[in-house]
Design a protein around this ligand. Sequence first.
Ligand code: HGY
Ligand code: MN
Ligand code: MN
Ligand code: MN
Length: 408
Amino acid sequence: MNQQRLWSSLQKLATFGASENISEEGITRLSLQKEDLAARKYVIELMKEAGLSVKVDVVGNIIGSLKGVDQTKPIVMTGSHIDTVYQGGRFDGALGVLGAIEAVRSIKESGIKLQNTIDVVSFTDEEGTRFGTGYIGSKAMAGELDETILQLRDDEGVSYEEAFCQAGFQPERYKEAIRNKEEIKAFIEMHIEQGKVLEGNNLPIGIVTSIQGPVWMEVTFEGHADHAGATPMNMRYDSGLAMAEVMLDVEKIATQYGGVGTVGKLRIEPGGVNIIPGISKFSIDLRHIDKTKRIDMVNKVREAIHQVSIKRGVSAKVDVKKSVDPKVCSPKVMEAIEEACHQLDQPTMKLQCGAGHDSLIMANITEMGMIFVRSKDGISHHPKEWTDTEDCAIGTQVLFNTLVNLAQ
Ligand code: HGY
Ligand code: MN
Ligand code: MN
Ligand code: MN
């Protein structure tokens, strides 16, 4: 495993979508936008340099294969994503794609002959930042993509379908991206932890036991835009105050259930200083590691939305944009990762995962496991996201051994 080669590929990938002042404004590389398309070309180049046979499927998943000795055996798959959030960091997703390319390239260079083929995948649109849903590439592979997704529009009004076609993909043929269960033996994703647990335990590597499931809702309150000066307080239908109340309800309910709740994206129309908000549109991201509690949280938040709409005389519309159940990682894959750490004399620990990943979807069609790599100060979805080069290298070496353990 060549640490320098990995590190320079991570720094090069970070340039695609980097703002001038990257340390303050980070990287914005939204799915299917020009920065993402340029980054995709770079990833394909890296896969070819690594000696992998590369194909891109109808929804833009980039798949680099290292052929195994026995083509009749199911493949071992590893990968992550290269799209980012707004003003994101250098490592979220990127480490799981570039680290996988480096691990498989090193396996090839080492001369080890593996029985099973290894596929390295860079999934399309994991984050969902641009079109408000996410996990598109993994959902297409798992047969969970439905065509309503293709009509979603970004903030500029561009539909997913248009964006796919402009990028040269064939979204209407999305069913061709489906991989059946039998052809995949296991899926492993290496990812930065994006939390503080590994750092708190002074460990570079963790083995994920389970992953929280996210629900994303888009709520629209419609009241009456009116004059801010001439309308008495008791004669208003203020959609902005309705939104404000529900934001606090989300915090209260998530805290009460021991889950997490976030309102990260919001918009008021018409949006003038002296106009009472007519329409307020906002996102709600709710997560819990326990499926039943997550359902209860969602129901409580829906009830809160309903109560506030009655109290304030505003109409409410709730669209669920994403709902993925929490997942437990495969003991078999966890064992392979643990064996890899043992082979490398690498102390590790088991931990839960708060963030969502393509692994949540891949768990629906195969044995899934995740390798976590330490995040500095637990920061992520932020320009200051950081993982030391040594930790990236250790994570990649653990992935190397895990892949060999599963595919030999
Ligand atoms: O939302 C998440 O947890 C991930 O970053 N997509
Ligand atoms: Mn992310
Ligand atoms: Mn990620
Ligand atoms: Mn309330």
